[in-house]
Design a binder for this molecule. Structure first.
Ligand code: NAP
Length: 464
């Protein structure tokens, strides 16, 4: 009876997860979607606690207390700009947990002298392999983003051949363990080599490709959890894991499309190596013209259409509230203000949407890249706020540039372009931006938040 109820609860939980994910597809319903999916997860977890004979309550309670304490501490401490690292770590822990569960089950079979049957031995090696690759791959992604190690691609001779040979060795070990699940030394070798493979697969990927890697690792962590679900015979884990696996791969595809790269190119193209050695590394040179917030106010006084382009610098400066205020002030002056959202602006998918939503910028003011690009030629001002790579026109024209082919926001087609940043330093891809030297570009150097507040004051002074 209780088992039937648990299966029904799993069904309800799975439906809630799917409905929640559907609602996450739009900024308007995303908060509700998050709540629905969280409720779904709660149903699944509570139902699992009622499983007969397999739940060790003291261990579960200890895990919940410890995990919640660490989770709450990290969630409270972590800066919005460090969210990608946090996601990388969470993916890694998910993968590591799958490897531990698969290992625990396999050792259990060996100790009892029994053999896993049906799909279970395959699921054990899949969970261990994918989980281990995800664990160390995510740790490397974390270290790169946290600048604990060099962010650029790390390459060496015969890298792809070596990785290929290791992958073949891993597959051979998988087959050996499936044939003889009691061969624990082989299994431990499999886990060890998979851990090394995770490191080797991520170190040659550099710079601007990290978001794609993180979303791919997110997908891997889901697949590992799904395999673990088969190991434990737990349908909730199979459903939850496959949802994460599928959504992660869809996000990966969206990110690749946003950068106009194939996944193969991202994974094996050593983007960062080109970035360091290529002719575009030093980038175009010229004289950028510095202007003041007062100069900007004069131009705003005659503007009718303004498009604001937020980027990573807005996140660093926490300028989202100030820019919302600026858009209100301009709106009150009868100016049409929109925000152009590039899919990889900032450091995580949806980064700009989240920050602007936090500052209560109405959703209908946020316009996706493909929809806003035709509007730039009609705009009087494009205000680039701490964005750089996503507005770099070299992506359109310069074949030697590492970002060649990446779709960008066409800010240079507006009548005036204001660029607010602190210096001439490059953005994430490490390349200079010819936009800054254009005749219609006005550089306003300074911290994004401080400068926007100064512009607001200047606009008000100018109007009065
Ligand atoms: P970006 O190219 O990294 O440029 C950000 C600019 O912000 C920098 O040039 C910096 O110049 C400026 N900045 C930093 N702090 C500032 C502050 N306090 N005030 C004002 N300006 C400040 O950013 P983006 O145009 O948003 O492009 C995102 C890049 O990150 C892309 O290459 C993308 O592929 C990559 N990426 C994206 C994700 C994602 O999922 N969205 C994740 C990881 C990486 P100064 O130092 O001169 O101020």
């Amino acid at each position: 009876m209780i088992d039937h109820l648990i299966q029904y609860a799993y069904l309800v939980g799975a439906v809630l997860l799917i409905l929640g994910m559907r609602a996450l597809g739009s900024p308007k319903t995303a908060v509700r979607g998050n709540l629905i999916a969280s409720l779904g997860m709660l149903v699944l977890v509570v139902a699992t606690l009622f499983l007969q004979g397999v739940v060790d309550y003291p261990v579960i309670i200890a895990g919940v207390l410890l995990g919640s304490a660490i989770g709450a501490f990290l969630a409270l401490r972590i800066q919005m700009t460090a969210m990608p690292q946090m996601v990388a770590l969470l993916n890694g822990f998910g993968g590591g947990a799958s490897t531990l569960v698969a290992s625990g089950e396999l050792f259990g079979y060996a100790r009892a002298g029994t053999f896993p049957e049906g799909i279970v031995p395959y699921a054990i090696v899949a969970g261990a392999l994918i989980g281990a690759v995800t664990f160390t791959g995510s740790i490397v992604a974390f270290a790169k983003l946290q600048e604990l190690m060099r962010g650029a691609a790390i390459t060496y001779p015969l890298q792809k051949v070596i990785n290929g040979l290791i992958a073949i060795a891993v597959l051979a070990l998988c087959a050996a363990v499936v044939i003889d699940p009691h061969a624990l030394p082989l299994y431990l070798t499999l886990v060890g080599i998979s851990l090394v493979l995770g490191v080797l697969l991520v170190i040659p990927i550099g710079g601007a490709d990290m978001p794609v890697v993180i979303s791919l690792l997110n997908s891997y962590s889901g697949l590992a959890a799904c395999a673990t679900g088969f190991v434990l015979g737990n349908s909730a884990l199979v459903i939850g894991g496959s949802l994460v696996g599928a959504s992660g791969i869809i996000l990966t595809k969206i990110m690749c499309d946003a950068m106009n790269r194939s996944l193969t190119n991202v994974l094996f193209g050593a983007f960062g190596a080109v970035e360091e050695a290529g002719p575009a590394a030093s980038g175009p040179q010229g004289t950028a013209k510095g202007y003041t917030p007062e100069d900007a106010a004069v131009i705003f006084a005659n503007a009718r259409r303004v498009i604001i382009v937020p980027g990573y610098g807005m996140a660093v400066a926490q300028a989202q509230h100030a820019v919302r205020e600026l858009s209100d002030v301009l709106g009150e002056a009868g100016i049409d203000v929109k925000f152009a959202i590039h899919p990889v602006a900032g450091r995580m998918p949806g980064h700009m949407n989240v920050l602007l939503a936090e500052a209560d910028v109405p959703y209908d003011k946020l316009v996706e890249m493909d929809d806003i690009n035709p509007e730039f030629p009609e705009a009087d001002v494009a205000l680039v706020l701490g964005a750089n790579d996503v507005v770099n026109p070299m992506a359109r024209t310069e074949k030697s540039s590492p970002i060649y082919g990446m779709p960008i926001l066409d800010v240079d087609r507006a009548t005036y372009v204001f660029v607010i940043k602190r210096s001439m330093n490059p953005g994430f891809a490490g390349i200079q931006n010819p936009l800054f030297f254009n005749d219609n570009t006005m550089m306003i150097f300074g911290d994004a938040k401080k400068t926007v507040l100064q512009i607001i004051e200047a606009v008000r002074n100018f109007a009065s």
